[in-house]
Write a protein that binds this ligand. Sequence first.
Ligand code: C2E
Ligand code: CA
Ligand code: CA
Length: 687
Amino acid sequence: MIMNGTPQGAGETVLVVDDETVTRTMVRQILEGSGYRVVEGDDGESALDVFSRSSPHIVLMDVRMPTMDGFEACRRLRAIPGGEHVPILMLTSLDDVVSVRIAFDSGATDFITKPINWELLAERIRYALRSRARDVQLRESEQRLAHAQHLARLGRWRYDFDARRIELSGTLSRELGFGDADGGISLADMVRRVQPGERRVLMDRLREVFRSTRSGEVEVQLLGSGGRIFTLHLWVERTERDGQPALEGTVQDVTERIAAEARASYHAHYDRLTDLPNRVLFWDRLSQAIGEARRNRSCFAVILIDLDRFAGLNASLGHANGDRVLKILANRLGDAIRSSETLSRIAGDEFAVIQWGPEDEAAPGQQLTRLLDSFNEPIRAGETEVNVSASIGIAFYPGDGGDVDTLLSHADAARAHAKRRPGVTYQFYTPAMGGDVRDRLATERALRRGIADEAFVVHYQPLVSLADGAVWGVEVLLRWEHPELGTVMPDEFIPVLEESGLLEVVGDWTIRRACEEMRDRDFMVSVNLSPVQFSRPDLVDRVLGIVEETGFPARHLQLEITENVLIDDPEAAAETVGRLRDAGVKIAIDDFGTGFSSLSYLKLYDTDVLKIDRSFITELEGVPANQAIVRSTITLGHDLGMQIIGEGVEGEGALEMLRRMGCDVAQGYLIARPVAERELSAWLAER
Ligand code: C2E
Ligand code: CA
Ligand code: CA
């Protein structure tokens, strides 16, 4: 009894429950003819039994049956695992309005009237199955979103002006003590929980957004449930609800990120062994000292202390004992300075001190003598006692130099002189020692010569697609071939180029060279732009000019910028990004995770690619915090429609993790190091 034009099922199983054998048989014939599999039950009891055994995709259930009627069977079906969401169509008589109502109350999805319209039956089934599939999809994507938000510790909030209450969605609501379903908390209550110093800022920002209709953001600390302090990043938007203006936005718990940043910042600034400020922090303290001395018309000394023959001592005593000696010395030196002064370990066997106050340059003053005394007593290291000697160089602000570089290079020149004599020796700087070559200036001169001599080379590092291992593109990395020093890395010369205004010329040259060399390749060529380059008003014209002149396809050019250029001047950045993308050029956000790391900010710009900073990737295995950051960055980046690149992949483990996390592209020494064009060709050919 197959009818023409009947829609075909795809082998889904239909459970037909009816006490009348005839009806069941008819239904079976029709549905099997339409490509469905049919299983049967002749009352409520057997329906439950068959359902559990054959997990049908849909149920057709008669209402009136002996022992257990259709309503009861429907209710019970809903209660068993797998029965919550299955479509249940009730078979009711045409005029039985009451039955229809009870059917819905019992959890039925829809009803079909008896006598059954046989021609439409298969159509109704197909429709019910299709809308069920859509429900499933929707539910799944809602779950995914909730999961992503949970991972990113993200929720949505809304301010209800009538009730003067703030509502918060998601799991954060409970942790922050906003309650689950009781309609949030009052604005006053929430403000009371915000750190007192930040209340004004919060209210000002809310008011500002409300008045201006521009969106805004603010970070506050808030007392959550159980007395925990959370750092929250709020994104605020003015919207409309039922014709009324409303405020709403997202909230992200960034407590962990801030703590991780603080830890990272500590390790970036302090020496692990001695807990003293490291070289980086010393630089900073020194420039602060200069500022302070200039304002107060005071003076200070920069003292470099270089331990003599420490490498030999380390070798003979063993590293553990060497470390012990350094720690003891660090303690003694620390005791010899005042609390307002700085002692730093700037290299393995080198300490530096900033010491305030006028010193008589002819003889060591009291303060310097105390430092020297640190070396008098022998130091116990394991079984033996050792005497450590040092060479000390001293330069004064302002007499010997007015800036960080000069002071340090003069103190260093003095130290070199001290080193020529044995024992604990110190030396004040005198102009006769020379050392007046300021490094930066020398570098700048050499760079100018380098530009004239075309001493720059571009290297390419492959970017590989994680899905299939295909070459996705290359990152362009600049090198300087110095006549004496050999290959110099960009971290050493880009800042100098930047400061001296030479980076534009070299930057243009880099893009041009990459475009020429990679013109016939069928992949992305990704070029770094420093903030100075990006903010030039004529950047777009120059880039597009180069692309046109070299005949390079614009859609293969990607520019890497850091997110702070977006944040520093949002409007100009939006325009630049927009014009470049209109021309087909892709924009990648570089070093993501090290700066502001605001995905809600990125949402404002149409950028294509997110590069997760290599600091998270090289230490991905075994560092759960890194894994959490990488995972949620990937999830959220994808939500914004961006492709994700993980850079700094050094091990198989990290590569595999990135692949599992759904990262799109990988870059790193494991895959290939940056190489010149010729070697890149060879590498590509070999693959
Ligand atoms: P970046 O943009 O973060 O570039 C990636 C750096 O990571 C490169 O260093 C690359 O050699 C290195 N790298 C790649 N894979 C790994 C890995 O597995 N492990 C580790 N530890 N490192 C890896 P490089 O070439 O020294 O460049 C340093 C920085 O100099 C770049 O950092 C970029 O900010 C800047 N730079 C390089 N070329 C240019 C340029 O042409 N223009 C501008 N404005 N900046 C450039
Ligand atoms: Ca880069
Ligand atoms: Ca990077």
